[in-house]
Unconditional design. Structure first.
Length: 279
C-alpha cells in the first residue's frame, strides 16, 4: 500500500496530501508519513520488532508453582513455600502469578485476599476502635452489651489517654443537649475549641443557629424525613413497573392506615376508584 501511495504521488501534477488521503481513505498525517518514507523504513516494517521482556521476581518460581499445582497442593501452601524458598518480590505479585496460573491453566478462580489469613494467639484479646467508641457513647447501662470492652476499659484508658478525653467531651455535649440550655452550648464551644475534636466544634459553630433551635424547641423534622424515606422506598420498588396512578395509590394507602378514622372498607373503595393526580 505504501509503495502504491508513493507511485500515485509521483503521478500527481499538483502535489497535495489531501488528494492521497481521499483516494486511499487515510488521514492527511498518515498520507504525509507514507509519502516521505524511505525504502529502508518500508523494509523495517516487515521485520519483526524485538521487544525486551521485563524480568519479574516470580519468573524463577513459575515451574515450581506449576508443578505444585499439578500435584494438588493448596494455593496457600504454595504461597508460603515460595516465600520460604527465598522469594524477594511483593506478596501481590506472587498472588497474581498463582491466580493467573490457576485460572488460565486449571480453570480455578480465587477470591481477593485469599492468601491473607490472620491468626492471633488465644491469649490475645481483639477489641476494635468502633466497639470502644460505641461503649463510651452509650449512656444507658442496660444497652451496654459488650462485656469484653467493659472488662478492659480501664486498661484501655490507661494505655490510650485520648479515650478518656473523648469520653469527657462527649459527656459534656450530651448533658448540654439533654438540658436544652443554649448558654451551656456556648460554654461547651469555648471550653473545647482547641481540643482533639476541634473539627467537630468548628462544625457546630457553622450551624449554630439551627442547632440552638433544635435544643430549644421540641419540634423536629423527623416525621417529614421518615415519610420522605417511605416515599423513596416505594418509588424504588415501583420503578419501571407501573405508572403514576399506581405509584400514587401505593404511597397513599400506607399513610391512610395511620388515620384515626381509618376503616378497612376505605382501602377497598380506594382500590376500585379511579384516581387522577397532577404531576
Amino acid at each position: 500500500m505504501i509503495i502504491d501511495i508513493q507511485k500515485r504521488w509521483e503521478e500527481l501534477e499538483k502535489k497535495k496530501y489531501t488528494t492521497i488521503a481521499k483516494e486511499f481513505s487515510i488521514s492527511n498525517i498518515v498520507a504525509k508519513k507514507y509519502v516521505n518514507m524511505s525504502e529502508e523504513d518500508i523494509q523495517l516494517l516487515d521485520s519483526p520488532k524485538k521487544y525486551k521482556q521485563r524480568k519479574t521476581a516470580t519468573d524463577d518460581y513459575i515451574n515450581m508453582i506449576y508443578k505444585m499445582i499439578l500435584d494438588g497442593i493448596k494455593p496457600e501452601i504454595i504461597f508460603s513455600y515460595v516465600i520460604m524458598k527465598g522469594y524477594k518480590g511483593t506478596w501481590k505479585s506472587l498472588d497474581n502469578r498463582i491466580v493467573y496460573l490457576l485460572k488460565n491453566n486449571f480453570s480455578i478462580s480465587l477470591s481477593m485476599g485469599w492468601y491473607i489469613k490472620y491468626k492471633y494467639p488465644d491469649n490475645i484479646i481483639i477489641i476494635k476502635r468502633n466497639e470502644i467508641l460505641k461503649y463510651i457513647t452509650t449512656k444507658n447501662e442496660k444497652t451496654k452489651k459488650n462485656k469484653t470492652v467493659e472488662k478492659n476499659i480501664q486498661i484501655i484508658k490507661e494505655r490510650y489517654p485520648i479515650i478518656t478525653e473523648l469520653e469527657k467531651i462527649y459527656d459534656s455535649f450530651y448533658s448540654t443537649i439533654k438540658e436544652a440550655d443554649t448558654d451551656q452550648l456556648d460554654k461547651f464551644i469555648d471550653n473545647y475549641r482547641e481540643s482533639v475534636l476541634k473539627g467537630f466544634i468548628e462544625g457546630i459553630e457553622k450551624d449554630i443557629a439551627p442547632i440552638k433551635n433544635a435544643i430549644s424547641y421540641p419540634y423536629s423534622s423527623g416525621f417529614v424525613e421518615g415519610n420522605n424515606n417511605k416515599f423513596k422506598l416505594i418509588k424504588r420498588i415501583l420503578y419501571g413497573r407501573s405508572k403514576i396512578v399506581n405509584l400514587f395509590r401505593k404511597c397513599y394507602i400506607p399513610f391512610l392506615m395511620n388515620n384515626k378514622d381509618f376503616k378497612l372498607i376505605d382501602i377497598l373503595e380506594h382500590k376500585n376508584s379511579t384516581i387522577s393526580c397532577a404531576v
